[in-house]
Design a protein around this ligand. Structure first.
Ligand code: EPZ
Length: 426
């Protein structure tokens, strides 16, 4: 169990290239089973979740290689339709294999996915969409058995604009007979990236980025090369890392239009950012203002994946902020840890009341999920003294060697492997 040790109080300065988007790369990797052949994907970050996805693909017979943020996969010869239980449980995105495998092989056997402990994380909408396309899905003895002799297009209304369900249905529908329409689809940039990738293979999809996506099925799909979009959540995290340390950081390989809601809020708080094409420069400022009210929402609303990081930033702003989490019912586990660092945050159901304090003080805190861990690192960068963040593996799921990224900007952060403090239970 690795731990990050951070000595706070150092403003960050310098330039950082933003990694490719985890939440675009994961469904796109799953989609490579749709058409047999050799694919090359660029800007794929080295993350635990990506490693697990490549292990799952390997277990299905795919040849995989990942070097220098480039992935080569050959899906010509699939040898299995069974996803090992231990791999399924390691992340939510393993569920993305359902659609593509049903489309390619007509069958897949898997178990319930794992993922960050941020709520129930139901998969009923995935089932609803795939069953509407003609799949039979049976859960028995801890396994999910999915079969479909031939998927057929249909109209599907999503009760909630689920990102994963939208992506799973898109991938299944590209090889279904006829036309599929997804109503109340998720509108995230990662959905657009998946559409662009699938159309590169020869699929016929339109409407991604809106709430209605139309897919015309085809059997003529071919492998391709593709570059993953920048990670908007890592971009937002690094913007706040610059601001919370009162530094001045330039971020390259960014897509400002994917961050409109975040940039509106950081501007309200007084963070000055110069954006040109794919570069953002975060200017330094002495103090930041609280934000009256923030509500997380599906895109283009304020992303739930930035909620914890924004809370860490606002814990040092002047005044009181209110943050309401509407996407996941259990995504406040970072609050107790931020308060251990000296923050003043109260929770009432799905609303957090953040009273800005003048300083945070380092201590040992625990990362309970990916973005909670990122928030604790941000807080540690600003706290006086040393902060130790345990559970580094949570953070490694979404940030590619975050200690190297931050250290390149002057942060005093190191990774402790098997931290002795932990072994003595301190
Ligand atoms: C994706 O998760 C992202 N993960 C999450 O990012 C992100 O927080 C989430 O979308 C929302 O933007 C990936 O893309 C790999 P959802 P996903 O289906 O697809 C409910 C991160 O930190 N729901 O949009 O699982 C669900 O319970 C991760 O990078 C159903 O009720 O999100 C939740 O309350 C965390 N039934 C809400 O919808 C379903 O069948 C949003 O879930 C599916 C979802």
């Amino acid at each position: 169990m690795d731990t990050f040790s951070i000595r706070g109080g150092t403003p960050l300065y310098g330039e950082l290239h933003i990694q490719g988007a985890k939440n675009a790369a994961l469904p796109i990797l799953a989609a490579t089973v749709l058409a047999g052949g050799s694919y090359t994907l660029y800007d794929v970050p080295h993350l635990l979740d990506i490693e697990v996805m490549l292990k799952i693909l390997t277990s299905l017979g795919v040849q995989c290689e990942h070097k220098n943020s480039t992935v080569h996969v050959d899906t010509s010869n699939l040898t299995s339709c069974y996803v090992p239980h231990d791999l399924m449980g390691q992340m939510r995105s393993s569920i993305f294999l359902m659609g593509p495998m049903l489309a390619r092989c007509g069958e897949i056997i898997l178990s319930r996915p794992g993922g960050c402990a941020i709520g129930e994380r139901r998969i009923n909408l995935h089932y609803k969409g795939l069953e509407a396309l003609g799949a039979t899905i049976i859960e028995e003895e801890g396994y999910i058995r999915c079969q479909a002799a031939q998927l057929k297009g249909n109209s599907i209304f999503l009760d909630y604009p689920s990102v994963g369900a939208t992506e799973n249905i898109m991938m299944a529908a590209v090889r279904a007979e006829g036309e599929t329409i997804i109503y109340n689809a998720a509108r995230e940039p990662e959905i657009i990236d998946l559409q662009n990738f699938l159309n590169q293979l020869g699929a016929r999809i339109r409407g991604a980025g809106t709430d209605t996506i139309v897919i015309s099925g085809t059997q003529h799909l071919y492998p391709a090369e593709y570059r993953i979009i920048p990670d908007r959540i890592v971009t937002g995290t690094m913007i706040l890392a610059s601001a919370i340390t009162k530094g001045e950081v330039t971020l390259t390989n960014v897509e400002p239009k994917h961050l409109i809601s975040l940039l509106d809020l950081t501007s309200q708080s007084g963070v000055e950012i110069e954006s040109t094409h794919d570069i953002m420069k975060v200017k330094t400022k002495r103090n930041y203002r609280a934000i009256d009210r923030i509500v997380t929402a599906p895109y283009p609303g304020f992303p739930t994946d930035m909620q914890a990081q924004m809370m860490a930033f606002l814990s040092l702003a002047e005044g009181c902020s209110i943050m309401k989490e509407t996407v996941f019912e259990g995504r406040f586990r970072h609050v107790t840890e931020l308060n251990r660092l000296g923050a003043d945050i109260q929770i009432d159901l799905n609303t957090a009341f953040i009273r800005g304090v003048s300083k945070l003080s380092g201590t040992t805190v625990e990362a309970t999920d990916l973005r909670a861990g990122a928030a604790l690192i941000l807080a540690g960068l600003a706290a006086e003294g040393e902060t130790r963040v345990t559970g580094a593996h949570h953070i490694d799921r979404g940030y590619d060697a975050i200690e190297h990224q931050l250290a390149s900007l002057g942060a005093r952060i190191t990774r402790l492997t098997n931290d002795p403090l932990l072994s003595t239970g301190i």
